[in-house]
Design a protein around this ligand. Sequence first.
Ligand code: M6R
Length: 357
Amino acid sequence: EKGTYPHYMLKEIDEQPSVIRNIVSAYTNAAGELSIDEAIVNAFKEADRLYIIAAGTSLHAGLIGQQYMEKVAGIPTEVHISSEFGYNMPLLSKKPLFLFITQSGETADSRQVLVKIKALGYPTITMTNVPGSTLSREADHTLMLHAGPEIAVASTKAYTAQVAVLAITADVVAKAFGRSVAFDLKQELSIAANAIQTLVDSKEEMETIARDFLATSRNAFFIGRNMDYYVSLEGALKLKEISYIQAEGFAGGELKHGTIALIEEGTPVITLVTQKQVSLNIRGNVKEVVARGANPCILSMEGMEEEDDRFVLPKVHELLTPLVSVLPLQLISYYAALHRGCDVDKPRNLAKSVTVE
Ligand code: M6R
């Protein structure tokens, strides 16, 4: 039920702080420590490489998950588009483990891969929001998202839930491998939940940004580096899907290899600056597009902000920035769609779960 909310999407955006808190409590054991099913930990122990298979927003969460698995848990990880993987399978490692990320658990493109992988006899995990869904039933193990039903076609809370559960999985597996994790993930997730709340409470600013940058534009670019690049892909997908504005997400450094030709007077370039290591580089990219007439909207993280930035995101751990940087992008897309009179919850040509290949 959407209650007093005008749209499910806005309700689901608002639910994100509590979703993160629910996830932390669902994955906390009696000793107060983060934990996941022992059988899943064992599956990781037996594997030499993780293959993440997903589509759309779940694919974008998978890209963040790859960073967690490699950087925190030290597990070589590949991320693949479900629809491509079936007929363009890479050479697999000796002991592959497959993780299917799917909010609905019903996506046909992902299921066709699961069927093939099972036939090959490899171990499988489904990360899903829907208990008893097809991919959950058919995989060896399930990691639940605990996000509550997601009704809007545009995925919001499932994405943040996927990122949080991926972080928890990497943290638990890292510890099971005897690796030291330099931060307290439970505490960092609680800081992130509070930060998300601050953003949820900044709707008016996001509505103004949508009005100022996207009211009449034909297209928009989202740029970032490192984690911000992956979130840019998600921001662009969200905007395309519900507002029908042609949008693309790019790695900041890649623009000059072609796309910069599209920048014209007033082209909106929504830029994320949350990754300290590359903050100067991404700011350099902003200068390049501004010199060609772009209208930059910089969303930076506290501690990295500069005078002309449009919005400053509350500070969270560097690995968890996707949980907060995606929020403004979700809200900006929502308001852009609303201002353009689009059907926010049921965009044209789309279904909540895509059950055809
Ligand atoms: O249910 P799934 O996570 O497998 O769905 C995958 C995509 O169809 C889905 O994320 C889609 O991209 C969303 N509508 C994006 O908001």
